[in-house]
Design a protein around this ligand. Structure first.
Ligand code: SAH
Length: 409
């Protein structure tokens, strides 16, 4: 005879992840990651992405999370309320909360390009969702996120009313979770026209299928705007320009010249196409250079060139702390060269998006670069990501982007 089991018995189906003694401490601080080295044993069976009940060594039930048998991060917490069911309704609530958080921030109200879900910092480990007009692009980076793909899609459609959702789950971190890359339409169909957004008056194409991340660097939005406000009457050098976001804001802000460098031909082609989307901008003031920034800055030095404002927004030189030393040398190098190329009174806008390099270390590197360049400089602003890339206080790893605006004598 088939029995319909009442609710409480369902719990017995859920495997239990038992921690080693003392390893519950970070969980009690609401940090959402459990490393493999903290796990004593798994009681019951769990496949990749399954929800498990997390218990301290003394039997205290602490949380529910997604099990990831292949990853060093063996489990990511969905809920610190161990009684909360992890189901479609859970994802509806979390996604709706994340969207509501953005709607509550006036600075985000007018944005066509918006990060809707910032993974751990929005209580959804491994889940990234970026909105570009009526298109949402998602990236699922963990076993748990992978398992709940359909629930997330349904929740996003409900919370945003978007017309379509594209999946860009092709980041390298998927391999660490034992997941294949996955891309394609999850909801709706490809838009008839090139996807594009307005960002503070500038039109920008978004290459959701082949561009970096979900197609664009939304985290630099406010910094691009700040650059635009700084450059009137000044010459600008934008290093690592990608599709020209900083360059176009500089042109809109009245820069007398904007020289942009990237080593990627396709990125520069898109940057040029972006400029063409903005016929009101003075295209004659823009110059694009396909080159290695490290070499180009040296060549400029040799040629005696100089600039009033220099932007350095390089790729992640240090994905983790293990790469910090080599990365530090690379940051030092470009910042030193940047300081040398600045006209008196000029500005260096410099960034690191390396998780492995903290703000304090980054500032030290930049200070060392100025010293070696023989330039006296001061920080006039500390820069970071935008409000739609929040950093949960219990998850400091979420703060990857840091920047300094320095003014030289
Ligand atoms: N500032 C951009 C994002 C930069 S992403 C924005 O706001 O949209 C980093 C860029 O650096 C990529 O486009 C990549 O092609 C480029 N890049 C990486 N290494 C480089 C190098 N050594 N020289 C020049 N460009 C490089």
């Amino acid at each position: 005879m088939a029995l319909a089991l009442p609710g409480p018995f369902v719990l017995l189906d859920m495997a239990e992840l038992i921690l080693k003694p003392g390893k519950e401490r970070s969980l009690l601080r609401r940090h959402p990651w459990i490393f493999a080295s903290s796990v004593a044993r798994l009681v019951g069976r769990a496949r990749s992405g399954d929800t498990v009940l997390i218990q301290a060594a003394d039997g205290r039930v602490l949380a529910r999370g997604a099990y990831s048998p292949n990853s060093q991060i063996r489990c990511r917490v969905w809920s610190f309320d161990a009684a909360e069911g992890i189901d479609d309704a859970f994802f509806k609530r979390r996604v709706a909360q994340a969207v509501a958080r953005r709607r509550a921030l006036p600075e985000l109200a007018e944005q066509e390009g918006l990060r809707l879900i910032h993974a751990e910092s929005d209580g959804l480990p491994g889940v990234i969702a970026d909105q570009y007009g009526d298109t949402v692009v998602v990236q699922l980076n963990s076993a748990g996120a992978e398992k709940w793909r359909q629930a997330l899609v349904g929740a996003l459609v409900q919370a945003t009313g978007c017309a379509r959702i594209y999946e860009r789950s092709d980041s390298e971190v998927r391999a660490l979770e034992g997941l294949e890359k996955a891309t394609g339409w999850l909801y709706g169909e490809a838009p008839a026209q090139t996807l594009a957004i307005y960002e503070y008056g500038v039109r920008l194409g978004v290459d959701y299928a082949d561009g970096h991340k979900t197609g664009f660097y939304l985290d630099q939005r406010e910094n691009r705007r700040l650059l635009g406000r700084l450059v009137a009457g000044r010459s600008v050098l934008n290093c690592f320009c990608y599709t020209g976001g900083f360059s176009l804001q500089a042109l809109a802000g009245g820069a007398v010249s904007v020289l942009s460098i990237d080593s990627s031909g396709p990125a520069l082609a898109r940057a040029r196409a972006n400029l063409a989307l903005n016929p009101a901008l003075p295209a004659a003031r823009a110059e694009w250079l396909e080159a290695d920034v490290f070499q180009a800055l040296r060549d400029f030095r040799q040629a005696g060139r100089s600039f009033d404002v220099i932007v350095l927004d390089p790729p992640k030189f240090a994905p983790s702390a293990a790469h910090a030393e080599r990365a530090a040398r690379a940051y030092k190098d470009i910042n030193l060269l940047g300081f040398r190329l600045l006209n008196p009174g000029g500005f260096l806008m410099t960034y690191s998006c390396s998780g492995g390099i903290g703000l304090e270390l980054f500032q030290k590197i930049v200070a060392g670069a100025a010293l070696d360049a023989g330039r006296c400089a001061r920080i006039v602003r500390r820069l970071g990501g935008t409000a739609d890339h929040p950093v949960a206080l219990e998850f400091p790893e979420g703060e990857y982007l840091k920047g300094l605006l320095c003014q030289v004598d």
